[in-house]
Design a protein around this ligand. Sequence first.
Ligand SMILES: [Mg+2]
Ligand SMILES: [Zn+2]
Length: 200
Amino acid sequence: MSVKNRGIFLDRDGTLNEDIGYISKIENFHLIAGVKPALLLLKEMGFKLFVVTNQSGVGRGIIAEEMLKSIHHRMVEEFQKDGIELDAISYCPHRPEEKCLCRKPQPKMLKDLAKRYGIDLKKSYLIGDKISDVLTGKNASCKTILLLSENEGVNLDEDDDEWPFPDYVADNLGSAAEWILKDSGVLESMKAEMGIKRKS
Ligand SMILES: [Mg+2]
Ligand SMILES: [Zn+2]
């Protein structure tokens, strides 16, 4: 089974790097421990990796757009050092008041990437640390994973119709990747392939 037409849409702040508010300097960009092996696993499974991030600091004049691009360039380089190729990074630079079409939880960034890269959204996953990320994934018909690292206070049992139940709740990106390995059927097909190889 090929997963070439399947994507992992990754939130940035609080999912890949420490969320310390608006990051307007490269020195303040720090990857979360365990992120690299998790992305490597997803990449080895064959998924395309996309970063989808709201960066309203640009629209607010807190982050220069050129600086945002430099930070992303640095992130790409850091991942490349370990053999992880990101397929694309999309960001929304707008302020909420601008009522743009791209700011999460609207699904436009995901839908545009899906069109450009031939991605089957229903077989793809969104991973993020906020409820709005879960909503974004649902709005794009993806499966969703909520990371608890920054959200330990969220009450998952709350009986609220508005609560967008994620398909999975994970403590970190590593356990999210392991869940995807099973949920996507990739693990099964890997086992099957190994079985075929043993017989021949
Ligand atoms: Mg986040
Ligand atoms: Zn936007």
